[in-house]
Design a protein around this ligand. Sequence first.
Ligand code: PGA
Length: 254
Amino acid sequence: MRKKLLAGNWKMNKLNAELSDYFEQFTKALRLNETQVKNQVDTLFAVPYLLLEKSASIAQKFGISIAAQNVHWEKSGAFTGEVSISMLKELRVQTTLIGHSERRQYFGETDETVTKKVKACLENGMTPIVCVGERREEREQGKTSQVVSRQMQAFLEVISSPGSLIVAYEPVWAIGTGLSATSDQAQEVHALIRDILSKKFGKGTADTIRILYGGSASPKNVDDLFTKPDIDGCLVGGASLKPDEFAAMVLAGR
Ligand code: PGA
């Protein structure tokens, strides 16, 4: 059985000054004994770089993991504005999002850069949460499987073992729009992703890899999403900014 993972993606939101209040409200909203929740569901927050250190020191008390939202593939060098894997590891950050659609859309991230980043992460003990997903026009043209397969194959080609790989299926048209994919639409793509992973690593291994859904996931649709066999958690933007809403989603993952 794959343990559910509820991952918040704070994008470019919040300040260090807001963290104590947020985590206090979040853990209070979980109501239950934290260890009990921790045993049943994994919780993670992908926060802006400058919030990593303080969030990690608060969150670790509650068994919550902190992740980055991006990382560079080179070890060090002349890459102004970038952050390396060892810099993250120095802060004991072990996980990072890779290839979020906003990075692809606004910052020139491509299948090629995603591939370099995934390879660097897996070679250096960093868990990559690799984001894939089609744009609205691609879905309308019936190209969803083709796009998602291309994005998956690009990075799978250069890795021989999945290590700690996590995949997030995030249809671009559903992100931040309030227009979530239905659980059936999501399951269809999750099953495709699992099939691609099976062909690469074998079924036994593919069955251990978590595939998250992202795109207007909220307390309203999470129960329905979690009825599907290949949906192993959510990557949550907007709703993760509100401690009560995100806590409700974590509880739904139990
Ligand atoms: P959303 O964002 O939940 O606000 O749609 C999800 C994401 O971008 O990861």
